[in-house]
Design a protein around this ligand. Structure first.
Ligand SMILES: [Zn+2]
Length: 498
């Protein structure tokens, strides 16, 4: 770009030379000839610079758009039998051409903590998002939000380096911030006030009537209209994914099912937004998409998928209703992944990651519908079971440590690829942006081809954080609108008073 800008500036200077107002014809002619000679000189220089730059680019591997498909709670123990049964064809295709395995994670496996770690390459002691919410000195509860993050996220760093980035539904992105691209927030992490058992906090989605959910702001109405269309078709979508229930729902069943509806709508909205953006504009250098549904159904319906693990087994009617909910949703995620790969084209680099896996919990519980949410959950991840990672693209190595195909793969065949801390370093390395030495993760070199690894990795920098970045965030944080927004969310019932 610099050589192009130099050329434009120099050409402007040449035009200035040509506009000299000498009266003498010879002077004019001389001036004109000089200008032409100068212009030719500049053109030769420009071509030479351009060629040398082109040579440099040619010696590097092709960098194609990167898409990170973040899916909360995807678990290998669910995926493996589905892969063997051919129910995850798009994941299988990704595995056949790329790298995959377990993604290490750590406690606490709270979504805002881990997804912010994924987006920063740092532990929560550095990024500052420690939980869903925190208690203020006056004893009120406030939600952590984007402005509480104490370090740059990958979207800030890419923007600094003139790379384009789109984030859709990612944790801790509300209120949105200016980036070199589009940010669609995950908004209003929701606190459900239960007067008997205390507050239970759920994941957020776009909400009507709340400002600062989309950057640039002029695109917010467009995104909300997508949410409204999804809401109108929500019942049909649920039937499409899960079919119809064979038996009437019990009280517990109604509660479990009702608690998932918001997640289905959030995921469908974010997927439609991703599709619309992919159709309507060139692919950005990086797209981050977050879907929460597999975690939400995993918490509530694990017991119906593997009833033999529980002391109080569900009835056969309950199993008929709910036994396939988790796997049906995984199949929906597989088909959404296929749509995204179609949208972005075969040359893009795709990562699919989950923040943790899931396992059975409350195996001796009675699952009384009046119990608090944590006691009617039958799936959990508190001790940080590993998540999943799939990567495929021009610079990604094909995994050769196992000869197994996706349809014959067993749990013991899976290797630990890297950890949640290493995703941001991997993205930066792919885009030839320096890693920050203050990051806790490192580049997972084994997933990249030899050709990619040997060429032109930039030297690391101490940090990407700057005083200017912090002062901007402090100003936003102190903005009087923040208090008003909290009050607005509280009045809408999204935040409890504790
Ligand atoms: Zn969870």
């Amino acid at each position: 770009m610099n050589s192009i800008n130099n050329f434009i500036n120099l050409t402007k200077k040449s035009k200035f030379l040509l506009s000299c107002k000498e009266t003498d014809f010879i002077v004019k002619l001389t001036c004109f000839i000089c200008s032409v000679v100068a212009l030719c000189g500049f053109l030769v220089a420009f071509v030479a610079i351009g060629c040398s730059k082109k040579n440099r680019v040619d010696s590097q591997p092709t960098v194609t758009p990167i898409v990170v498909f973040g899916v909360d709670g995807l678990e290998w123990n669910v995926m493996l039998p589905m892969l063997r049964a051919g129910r995850l064809p798009n994941f299988a295709k990704l595995m056949e051409r790329g790298y995959y395995g377990k993604l290490a994670t750590f406690v606490p496996t709270f979504s805002p903590v881990i997804w912010t770690t994924i987006a920063t390459g740092k532990r929560h002691s550095k990024h500052g998002i420690h939980n869903f919410a925190r208690r203020l000195p006056d004893d009120k509860i406030t939600l952590f939000n984007n402005l509480d993050r104490k370090t740059k996220a990958v979207w800030n760093i890419l923007s600094d380096y003139d790379k384009s980035v789109v984030t859709i539904g990612w944790w801790m992105t509300h209120p949105v911030e200016p980036i070199n691209g589009i940010m669609v927030a995950q908004t209003n992490t929701r606190a459900q006030l239960d007067t008997r058992f205390g507050k239970h906090i759920w994941k957020g989605t776009l909400r009507k009537g709340v400002p600062n959910q989309v950057y640039p702001p002029e695109r917010q109405n467009e995104m909300i209209s997508i949410l409204e269309a999804v809401e109108r078709g929500a019942d049909d979508l649920a039937k499409e994914i899960f079919g119809e229930f064979q038996f009437p729902l019990s009280l517990l069943g109604e509660r479990l099912w009702g608690n998932c509806q918001w997640a289905f709508r959030a995921d469908a909205t974010y997927l439609k937004i991703a599709h619309k953006l992919a159709q309507s504009q060139p692919m950005p250098d990086l797209t981050l998409i977050y879907l929460g549904g597999p975690d939400v159904v995993g918490h509530r319906f694990w017991r119906y998928m593997v009833p033999q693990l529980y002391r109080h087994r569900p009835t056969s009617e309950q199993i008929a209703n709910f036994g396939t909910i988790v796997k049906d949703y995984y199949a929906y995620i597989d088909s959404a992944l296929g749509d995204i790969i179609t949208d972005v084209g075969p040359d893009a680099t795709i990562f699919v990651i989950s923040d943790h896996g899931m396992k059975a919990v409350n195996q001796n519980a009675t699952f009384d519908p009046d119990l608090p949410p944590s006691d009617i959950n039958s799936g959990e991840h508190q001790d940080a079971p590993p998540g999943v990672i799939f990567a495929a693209g021009p610079n990604i190595r094909k995994l050769t440590s196992t000869e197994k195909t996706p349809t014959s793969l067993m749990r013991s065949d899976l290797i630990e690829v890297c950890g949640v801390l290493d995703i941001t370093p991997a993205i930066l390395a792919m885009l030839r942006i320096p890693i920050g030495l203050d990051m806790d993760g490192e580049v997972p070199t084994k997933i990249f081809t030899d050709q990619f690894q040997i060429t032109h990795q930039p030297a690391p920098v101490d940090t990407h954080d700057t005083a200017e970045f912090f002062s901007k965030r402090l100003k936003s944080s102190a903005h009087p609108g923040k208090a008003e927004r909290l009050e607005q969310l509280r009045s809408l019932g999204y935040i409890g008073n504790d």
